[in-house]
Design a protein around this ligand. Sequence first.
Ligand SMILES: *[C@@H]1O[C@H](CO)[C@@H](O)[C@H](O)[C@H]1NC(C)=O
Ligand SMILES: *[C@@H]1O[C@H](CO)[C@@H](O)[C@H](O)[C@H]1NC(C)=O
Ligand SMILES: *[C@@H]1O[C@H](CO)[C@@H](O)[C@H](O)[C@H]1NC(C)=O
Ligand SMILES: *[C@@H]1O[C@H](CO)[C@@H](O)[C@H](O)[C@H]1NC(C)=O
Ligand SMILES: *[C@@H]1O[C@H](CO)[C@@H](O)[C@H](O)[C@H]1NC(C)=O
Ligand SMILES: *[C@@H]1O[C@H](CO)[C@@H](O)[C@H](O)[C@H]1NC(C)=O
Ligand SMILES: *[C@@H]1O[C@H](CO)[C@@H](O)[C@H](O)[C@H]1NC(C)=O
Length: 478
Amino acid sequence: METLALPSFFYCLIAFSSTLLQFCIAADTISPGQSISGSQTLVSSDQVFELGFFSSGNNKNWYLGIWYKKTPGVLVWIANQNSPVTDPSGVFTISNNGTLVLLNQSNHTIWYSNPSRPAQIPVAQLLDSGNLVLIDNTTSTSESYLWKSYDYPVNTWLPGMTIGKDMSNSLNRFLTSCKDSDIASPGDSTYKFDYKGLPQIFIKRGTMKIFRTGPWNGVRFSGLPMPINQFFFPILASPNDMVGYKYEPKNKLVLTRITLSESGILQRFVLREGSTKWTTMDAVPNEMCDNYGQCGANSVCRSYKESTCECLEGFNPKSPEEWKLLNSSSGCVRRTPLECQWKDGFMKLEWVKLPDLLEFWLNKSMSTKECEAECLKNCSCTAYANSDINGGGNGCLIWFGNLIDIRGYNQENPGQDLYIRLAASELRSIRESNMKESPVVILMASVICGMLTLGFVFWCITWKITSRRLGLPREKED
Ligand SMILES: *[C@@H]1O[C@H](CO)[C@@H](O)[C@H](O)[C@H]1NC(C)=O
Ligand SMILES: *[C@@H]1O[C@H](CO)[C@@H](O)[C@H](O)[C@H]1NC(C)=O
Ligand SMILES: *[C@@H]1O[C@H](CO)[C@@H](O)[C@H](O)[C@H]1NC(C)=O
Ligand SMILES: *[C@@H]1O[C@H](CO)[C@@H](O)[C@H](O)[C@H]1NC(C)=O
Ligand SMILES: *[C@@H]1O[C@H](CO)[C@@H](O)[C@H](O)[C@H]1NC(C)=O
Ligand SMILES: *[C@@H]1O[C@H](CO)[C@@H](O)[C@H](O)[C@H]1NC(C)=O
Ligand SMILES: *[C@@H]1O[C@H](CO)[C@@H](O)[C@H](O)[C@H]1NC(C)=O
């Protein structure tokens, strides 16, 4: 009997521990006293995201990360990117006060989270959004997280994740690429909000600017082809003052992520239901005019035109030889120097991405007229624009020196108007040459010409009839 009872006891034990293991694997939360190690993972309740340890290829360095359960190679977050655990026995746990900690074999803290305040009943949960959050389970209604992985993005922007500020704290969240050779090493490219003057988002590689959205003009970024639609939400500090950005998926059956590559390309990928292959939907930079400063200083880049780069009106290529070889990087220079002392005027450039905010001045409460006067006051002012296009436009943005990275569009959205300062004589000569080519002038000329011709014919006929009546000699009438 005993010999029979023993195996059944073992069977029972095995069944029990496998249930326990199953429980561990299926769980989406951990509490103090619980931990994750080895191949144990947390899985979000909808089975989309998984949190656990992974090694970056060589099995020497171990990281705690979050990936898609269906495509484990696609990481969306890494906790200890700069401090790997150098043995496979790392432990992820949660202390009694709510600090998430990662320990190595000899119980050294390799990484920890700093909760905004200590928790009484701390619980860490991997949400369906892929966000690892710390909650205090004292008040079930509490919606604020004491800590969230969404505040510390790596290279992946997930639906619902804010880039920039989300108003609950002052963190400026941004993406940093990962090295192609080693996913766990931070790369050189970033996708980040710059709040100098008006908010703009830049893709940079190191300190080199690769792409920018153009400044936020109260309605949109003046150079972001991706439209503000029902899936992209600006996060506003006040009615027209945007500080962050997030997006939601268009379709719940499709998983979406936006990832910054090491070469500085921001790509949107989707994974359709039933598939394990991510496909690229769109990317920036994607065309020539997306590249920062493509046409050099004081020029406009227009993708829809054959001559992509053109000098601003009143400017000529600095190096005509290089421009002929389609190298416009040296940009353009003013044809006629500014006269200053109120003698200059402005040329309106419609539908453009405003120049980069390198040397500028901003006053959000000025009118357009005051802005123009303010620009004329200072000899080094080269252009002005409304800082906010709401209600017909108001606020004043003024540029000094060269105008860099202007892009032209063939429609109002996403661009806006920019007023370029030119010498009065230059403005006159541009107006005159435009006048000659103007369709109205051409039409008027042909109408006047036609009227003169008709008048002459009529005069001829009248003259002939009159002369016949008067019996004057007729010319050559056989
Ligand atoms: C929480 O506890 C850990 C040790 O378990 C300690 O290092 C840390 O300072 C504590 N944090 C807070 C906010 O009290
Ligand atoms: C754990 O980390 C500490 C500090 O980084 C290190 O000195 C120690 O060697 C590590 N232990 C193991 C077993 O790797
Ligand atoms: C690490 O901590 C655990 C739990 O407190 C303990 O069981 C284990 O002996 C410790 N290991 C070392 C090397 O101190
Ligand atoms: C929070 O506490 C309640 C009981 O107060 C418990 O039923 C629930 O499972 C806890 N939630 C988590 C995520 O641990
Ligand atoms: C374009 O001209 C600049 C000098 O203005 C030069 O440094 C650069 O190498 C040229 N680019 C190409 C692609 O020839
Ligand atoms: C901004 O413009 C308003 C309206 O003209 C003016 O009252 C205010 O003093 C200006 N602020 C600055 C800092 O120049
Ligand atoms: C013109 O603007 C420049 C750049 O902001 C500034 O350094 C300079 O003092 C201004 N000059 C006058 C006369 O206001």
